[in-house]
Design a protein around this ligand. Sequence first.
Ligand code: ADP
Length: 178
Amino acid sequence: MHNHIRVKTGDITKEKVCAIVNAANSSLMGGGGVDGAIHRAGGQAILEECKAVRDSRYPDGLPTGKAVATGAGAMDASYVIHTVGPVYGSCGSACESLLASCYTQSLNVALELGCKDIAFPAISTGIYGYPKEAAARIAYRSVKNFLDEGHEMTVYFVFHNDQDKTVFEESIRELQEL
Ligand code: ADP
């Protein structure tokens, strides 16, 4: 039943999948955390594409909860899907649906690109401060709902360390039993 979801520890920039997701900020001009790692590993080409996206589609920045694709530059993936997670505490009760939207929109972009696999980092759980347990349940539920619609996609949750991976696995355990 869950055979299209894989959980692992690693550096998402090294993933050999069709699309890796970037926990970007709305400027799309790079930043810290996984965003910085992706821009460093992918090279200047990603930033150039992000600038073009800003100019053509999002002059005021990519809104929270939305997703947009660029190439992946020097990385093994074919695409980077940039999505902007909510800053925890800045959106009240809307934070949950905004975080869910990051996952759903990224999956739909991957689908449009013809991808059959995608890797997610733990969006919003770093600099943006989202509690890891709550974020895990939102991430898992969003992905599971998408897969239950019958889409053919293998989804990787990639954690930067084993501790974060364990927190994720323990947080979703009850949901897996449903
Ligand atoms: P946000 O601003 O959305 O909170 P961060 O990049 O600060 O994004 O953190 C999101 C998550 O990405 C954190 O759990 C962090 O440990 C993780 N992370 C950072 N670098 C990498 C990487 N190279 N591969 C996978 N995950 C990473």
